[in-house]
Design a protein around this ligand. Structure first.
Ligand code: GAP
Length: 488
């Protein structure tokens, strides 16, 4: 099946098995906003916990915080988001549909692929686009769109406006009374990072942190994305997992390379194959960065950004010092080559920033499989299975009494009580066992145990492994330990 069809199947599957629903679906939804269902919320939590643990527990010099979504409006002036957090847009005059210029050109470039999958013309076009974006050459971008006769998906015409900048921050009013001066305007944070920067001194002092050290945070971010598409890849309300690593000036390149490599290894540790990941250096650096790259993943719709690694210099801390008129510095009493303390300075920052929803989509795109095989009797069989790595799967163990009688449910409930304090279990006694196994495959549960009449005789159960459908008989007293070993 073509990759795009597989992607549509995956979206339908996410809904059918309680992973992701469209927000406010009863009112026909809200564009680019999604809700996570009972299985999705658990998977998301497991991914978040895995990230949190590897950042804050396994790195002794990284601590975590949880800052508010609302921040003082001056934060966003200081950070540059009020003036610079915008994307070049173009409108089609016939349909009034607005496009992000890079998305319009990227979609067009994808359509230039040859039959063998190579795309030299598309790549040349994208290189041209990158060069124009790097120079903020809006006239050049418009010419590129017109010369290639790119059309609007709705009107099918190429009657375009000029290219303009459009700010992506959502704003709202703070407090009950609207202020005529607009002084009570606050923004919904477009990144979690600023909550870390404004708490730099609080954390450094109260935690007695010594440079180099990091502050990690997970939480919601909001962007008024114009072309929000590809399911949960680009949303207006999403979650980030960010870590700001504070370093001595001059060492930022070494730490940038360190975190680039560490983060790629981390993605591999969560089950993403190395060949599905690659680095992409930014052609145009954000206003705060002296180096930046994306860790890209090969999604079913092509290579796209999964995580950003940014060397943010001392830009953010310096800007907050300037706007708040407070001294935001660090006293480094380590000795330099001359044997003197490094003294006071504004630390430099290396940032790792991954979208939780995007990582969720990555894991689901890898996990979703439609399998077909021929059985020993020559008949065909098939299944849809979510091969989510056991350590992050929402439910780890399904406990299935073969029959609803003969004391089997009682034994199953006893096993459930033994295990449910350690990991998520699911109990089900309805339907034939084969049907129950298929449902657990589709929902991504890595282990099923069946309690049958033999269990009553010798205290053994059948354990079935989701990925290869292998079954074996083990002692019921070993079930908890086996699952704990597999998910640790
Ligand atoms: N603090 C730096 C920062 O926010 P970014 O590259 O704009 O950098 C970081 O975003 C990550 O956040 C991206 O790599 C992506 O995974 C995720 N992200 C950004 N915009 C998103 C959106 N509209 N929907 C879902 N995830 C998004």
């Amino acid at each position: 099946m073509a990759e795009t069809n597989i992607f549509q199947e995956l979206i339908a599957h996410c809904k059918e098995y309680g992973y992701i629903f469209q927000s406010s679906e009863v009112y026909d939804g809200l564009a680019a906003v999604y809700d996570y269902g009972q299985n999705g919320a658990q998977l998301k939590k497991n991914i978040r916990d895995y990230w949190w643990k590897s950042m804050t527990q396994l790195n002794e010099n990284i601590v975590g915080i949880d800052a508010a979504i609302f921040m003082h409006p001056t934060v966003w002036k200081a950070s540059g988001h009020v003036d610079n957090f915008s994307d070049p847009m173009i409108d089609n005059k016939d349909s009034n549909k607005r496009y992000r210029v890079d998305h319009l050109i990227e979609a067009f470039a994808e359509g230039l692929a040859e039959k063998d999958g190579t795309n030299p013309n598309g790549e040349a076009l994208l290189a041209n686009m990158d060069a124009l974006l790097a120079k903020d050459d809006f006239a050049g971008l418009k010419a590129l769109i017109e010369n290639n006769k790119m059309t609007c998906a709705v009107s099918k015409t190429s009657n375009w406006t000029d290219v303009r900048q459009f700010n992506l921050m959502f704003s709202t009013e703070f407090g009950a009374v609207a202020d005529k001066e607009g002084d009570n305007i606050v923004y919904l944070r477009p990144e979690t990072a600023q909550g870390i920067f404004v708490n730099f001194l609080n954390v450094q002092k109260t935690g007695r942190m010594k440079i180099p050290f990091g502050i990690a945070q997970t939480g919601k971010a909001f962007r008024n994305e114009i072309v929000a598409r590809q399911f949960i890849f680009r949303m207006r309300d999403f979650e980030q997992m960010e870590m700001q690593f504070f370093v001595r000036p001059g060492t930022q390149k070494q730490w940038y390379e360190h975190w680039r490599d560490e983060r790629k290894k981390w993605h591999e540790s969560i089950g993403i194959p190395a060949e599905k990941l690659r680095f992409h250096d930014h052609a145009k650096l954000a206003h705060y960065a002296d180096a930046a790259l994306d860790i890209e993943f090969e999604f079913p719709f092509g290579w796209k950004e999964l995580e950003g690694i940014h060397s943010r210099t001392d830009f953010d801390l310096s800007q907050h010092a300037l706007y708040s008129k407070k001294k935001i510095q660090y006293f480094d009493n380590d000795l330099n080559e001359e044997g003197k303390p490094y003294g006071n300075y504004t630390p430099f920052v290396v940032e790792t920033s991954v979208g939780l929803d995007r990582l969720f989509l990555t894991i689901m795109s890898l996990a979703y499989k439609e399998e077909k095989w021929t059985k020993e009797d020559g008949t065909e069989d098939s299944r849809v299975v979510l091969k989510i790595p056991a350590k992050i799967a929402p439910t780890k163990l399904a406990i299935l009494p073969l029959l609803k009688k003969d004391g089997l449910p009682e034994i199953a409930k006893e096993l459930m009580n033994e295990c449910k304090g350690d990991f998520m279990c699911f109990y089900e006694e309805k339907d034939a066992i084969g049907k129950r196994y298929r449902r657990m495959d589709a929902v991504g549960t890595p282990f099923c145990v069946t309690i049958d009449h033999q269990t009553k005789e010798d205290d053994t159960v059948t354990i079935r492994y989701r990925d290869d459908m292998r079954q074996e008989r083990i002692a019921i007293s070993d079930v908890r330990k086996l699952v704990l070993e597999k998910i640790s």
